[in-house]
Design a protein around this ligand. Structure first.
Ligand code: PLP
Ligand code: COI
Length: 355
């Protein structure tokens, strides 16, 4: 039941499940979708009660504002199944809050928290057989909102859709990544939308990222838009840099997404007794540390990739190789966070959320 209403989420079930067509031993990321999706419309100034329907295409007017003015925000989350078949989410209210923070910046109306939470829970209960149990796999969940209102006037839409789709998924990256430190392009600027999970932020990354891929790198390390001197994010991940035994990550700002994995890793690292510094870090400091041997590790953090170790980085036409470590903080922290997420370890932080 949705709070403050007497209405229940309406469910239309599929007649035939597609689950037997899926090879759960060879899952890629975000390519196969579960039987059902959640859909919720904003019309006449309010969000309607969400519905769950068979996964299906949607029809939009050619002038829907999303096509012209890009009003769209999204989230990324995962559901996990433990050995007893219990289903868990990780800090889902943080995603709900961040969706509304992103929406506010894009002039999209706030979605009531219980529409998000009740809708998500109902969808997961229905499609729980799709949640992979095997190591490294999970159900990737994509909640998103976009403008559906008609018309070419460059102003906020009067209608929106909130949708949740779910994809049983494997790893986002298959191994360590080679990155290129960006010196020309930027993903975000002061006063802009970098802190929001706005669709357009990702569109703006594709071209510079493709240039990096063409040169043999997997990802771009984003630097500040003003001087390109400061390290900010690693593609669609936050970034951590270990110099000697200190783990450094840039403070969040207008330009940096407040990653849920990032803040969890900061807390777990502190709990492990690791010295964590949340401060600005220059490209020069990282290059100097690599040259003098004090640079031990770099890794990206995010829901999709969890912790993605960086093998090497390129800066001003030179490649710098990270050492192979026996006591990698990245490996230790990845194990601790995934053990909490999958109910293999005690959750002293209270982050796990049972469905
Ligand atoms: N930074 C950007 C730009 C992202 O798109 C993401 C992905 O969600 C992250 C960081 C990591 O955020 P989170 O850990 O909440 O998934
Ligand atoms: C996530 O980590 O969930 C993201 O949203 C990154 C995405 C662009 C795959």
């Amino acid at each position: 039941m949705i709070n403050n209403t007497t209405q229940k989420i309406e469910i239309v079930k599929v007649q035939h499940s597609k689950i037997n067509e899926v090879d759960f031993d060879n899952l890629s990321f975000g390519k196969t979708f579960t039987d059902h999706m959640l859909i919720c419309d904003f019309k006449d100034g309010k969000w309607e009660i969400p519905k769950i329907v068979p996964y299906q295409p949607i029809t939009l007017d050619p002038t829907a504002r999303i096509f012209h003015y890009g009003q769209s925000v999204f989230e990324g989350m995962k559901a996990y199944k433990d050995v007893q078949d219990n289903v868990w989410l990780f800090r889902p209210l943080e995603n709900c809050k961040r969706l509304n923070i992103s929406s506010k910046r894009l002039a999209i109306p706030e979605l009531p928290e219980d529409y998000f939470m009740e809708g998500l829970k109902t969808l997961l209960q229905l499609d729980k057989d799709w949640i992979p149990k095997s190591e490294g796999n999970s159900l990737y969940i994509r909640p998103y909102i976009f403008a559906t209102g008609k018309g070419l006037h460059a102003s906020p839409s009067d209608e929106y859709k909130f949708i949740i789709v779910c994809a049983p998924s494997g790893a986002y990256f298959s191994g360590k990544v080679k990155v290129l430190i960006e010196e020309k392009y930027s993903r975000a600027a002061n006063g802009g939308v970098g802190f929001a999970k706005a669709g357009g932020n990702y569109a703006g990354q594709f071209y510079p990222t493709q240039l990096a891929i063409d040169k043999g790198y997997h990802q771009v390390i984003w630097t500040d838009n003003n001087t390109h001197d400061y390290i900010e994010e690693a593609g669609a991940m936050n970034i951590f840099i270990r110099i000697n035994d200190t783990l450094i990550t840039a403070p969040t700002s207008d330009r940096i997404l407040d990653g849920i994995t990032r803040k969890s890793i900061i807390d777990i690292a502190k709990d492990e007794g690791i010295n964590v510094e949340i401060r600005k870090i220059t490209v020069k400091e990282v290059v100097d540390a690599s040259n003098n041997g004090s640079l031990k590790e770099m890794f990206g953090t995010g829901t999709a990739a969890v912790i993605s170790p960086i093998e090497s980085f390129r800066c001003k036409n030179q490649d710098y190789i990270l050492p192979e470590l026996e006591n990698s903080y990245g490996s230790l922290l990845k194990k601790r966070i995934t053990d909490i997420q999958t109910n293999k370890a005690k959750d002293t932080f209270g982050w796990r959320y049972k469905i």
